[in-house]
Design a binder for this molecule. Sequence first.
Ligand code: ZN
Length: 154
Amino acid sequence: MIAPPDPNSGLYVVVLQIQARLCVDVGALGPLHFDAGTCLYVGSARRNLRQRIARHLAATKRVRWHVDYLTTNPGVRVVGAVVVTGASWSECALNQSLGASLDGAVPVPRFGNSDCRAHCPAHLWWHGGVVSLQDVAALVPAAQIVVGTARTAG
Ligand SMILES: [Zn+2]
């Protein structure tokens, strides 16, 4: 017997705007610099996808993953997320395809790679321009857009 896929599972891309050059203390990775631009974080959830996205979009949370240091920083705007459920892609295939399509730079080697099985340079990409949720969705088949809750920086 093969269990049906969990509809609340899938891949996601979190879109973050860095308003101005920023120094972030990312736990064991130490203080890191991010230039103004857009960061894309690629992940997956085998279950509780909606809850995972809500957590990424929340401004306050207990910091647990590398990306939490960015999403809780007042200098970072959490724009929203692009979500794909029931995808035939792997997280790493999506990650590498997105990085290549956007000509993304790797701000921090192996950032977000704790579950990586495909030797990705990182699961976080940086682009010097504005990359919108629509831009990302256009690159991902069957993508849905989840917009973050508005919040004010500072
Ligand atoms: Zn990977």
